[in-house]
Design a binder for this molecule. Structure first.
Ligand SMILES: Cc1cc2nc3c(=O)[nH]c(=O)nc-3n(C[C@H](O)[C@H](O)[C@H](O)COP(=O)(O)OP(=O)(O)OC[C@H]3O[C@@H](n4cnc5c(N)ncnc54)[C@H](O)[C@@H]3O)c2cc1C
Length: 357
């Protein structure tokens, strides 16, 4: 028997893959509303994999995850669209900044070519093709899209249940005196649970179980990404991004849309005060400064507070870890620091867990 802690996109994919292998699987989640963790609060973007170091797990799993995801969506009728993405240099405050951005976008383009990402193009004067996109130079990546993340996770749960996976919610898993226990959060009752293997897919809280099982070097610090809803979508359904931030793994405030019709700007990047800190903190006028550097379609009044997502930023003995971590320790597999592109990578991460088992 295998217990998966966490029913977000990662735990659900792991459970699905294990059930396909004929394993008896239980998925336990502390939330009374599973799916409202990181997996329910992201951009829903299927990434091409252009950003990540070629030797990283992020790179490997993003490419593979994308290839597994598309036929999976088609087969299971999960709404998605490969609409393509524009990364633009945007407006610059000085010639030096502009020159720096041109170098960065050229090197990103080269990355994409080296990785063999199909049909990418570097374009001058992007506004000629995409009317409201600002900046002198843009990178067009057709192999990027959006998925209805909420529909996706629910479809995965249904497939799991069809294979006999049992979901238990409102129960927090802890390790106490070498025993694994589940605490019912409505009655406070504790129950010891025994399995052959445990998978820690606890997202923001995965460091707590890792620490409980002796891996005291890991720590997750929540990093906040705020999304503002936009009054309307762009005339053309494409994703528009700035160049990624140099100081962090965040990709910068971008334009994205949900397949239901909503459009969003987001997410920015600030440290949260806790793993439950979903408060808006950036004033609208300040936020608009980022958006207006890449698009001239919106005014400040078009921005309405939307939702907040928290990135599970991983640290090892105080040093930032930029990659996903899969740590196998006795009968536990810990999945740590699964931030973006975790939604795209989820099926490939699950395949790796099955391989390691
Ligand atoms: C702002 C933002 C934007 C993003 N955009 C993208 C994007 O566009 N494309 C992309 O590919 N990726 C994106 N990502 C990354 C992606 O959303 C995540 O990598 C992915 O959703 C992580 O899923 P998860 O299952 O690990 O975590 P979660 O969805 O948070 O699931 C973890 C679950 O574990 C449960 N849990 C935790 N501890 C315990 C415990 N002890 N006992 C019981 N239950 C427990 C929690 O309740 C939770 O439900 C983004 C992330 C953020 C924050």
């Amino acid at each position: 028997m295998i217990i998966v802690v966490g029913s977000g996109i990662i735990g659900s994919w792991v459970a699905y893959k294990l059930a396909l292998e004929g394993e008896e699987v239980f998925v336990i989640d502390q939330s009374p509303n599973p799916g409202d963790g990181i997996s329910g609060r992201n951009s829903g973007v299927l990434h091409s994999g252009i950003y990540y170091d070629s030797n990283s797990l992020k790179s490997k799993f993003c490419f593979k995850g994308y290839e597994i995801s598309i036929p999976f969506f088609q087969k299971n009728k999960i709404p998605f669209s490969i609409c393509g993405k524009v990364i633009t240099t945007g407006l610059s405050d000085s010639i030096e900044e502009e020159n720096e951005k041109i170098k960065s976008i050229e090197s990103l383009y080269q990355n994409g070519k080296d990785f063999g990402i199909e049909k990418i193009e570097l374009k001058k004067e992007p506004y000629k093709q995409w009317k409201h996109v600002l900046g002198s130079t843009a990178l067009w990546i057709p192999k990027t899209g959006v998925v209805d993340a909420s529909y996706y996770i629910k479809a995965l749960w249904r497939l799991c249940e069809d294979l006999g996976v049992q979901f238990l919610k409102n129960k927090k898993v802890k390790i106490q005196d070498s025993s694994v226990i589940a605490i019912d959060l409505s009655t406070n009752q504790k129950e010891e649970i025994q399995a052959d293997t445990y998978i820690n897919a606890g997202g923001l809280y995965s460091d707590e179980l890792a620490i409980d099982s002796g891996l005291s070097e890991y720590e997750i610090r929540p990093n906040k990404g705020e999304y503002f809803r936009l009054r309307s979508q762009l005339p053309k359904p494409i994703l528009v991004y700035p160049l990624p931030m140099k100081s962090s793994t965040a990709l910068g405030v971008h334009y994205t849309f949900h397949l239901g019709g909503d459009a969003y700007a987001g997410p920015n990047s600030n440290w949260a005060t806790s793993k439950e800190d979903y408060q808006f903190q950036t004033p609208r006028h300040q936020y608009f400064e980022s958006l207006k550097k890449i698009l001239d379609f919106y005014s400040e009044d078009d921005l309405i507070e939307g939702y907040v997502g928290l990135r599970p930023r991983l640290f090892n003995k105080g040093d930032a870890v930029k990659d996903f971590v899969i740590h196998k320790e006795s009968n536990w597999i810990h999945l740590l620091g699964i931030e973006s592109p975790g939604l795209t990578s989820a099926p490939a991460i699950a395949e790796e867990v099955v391989r390691q088992l």
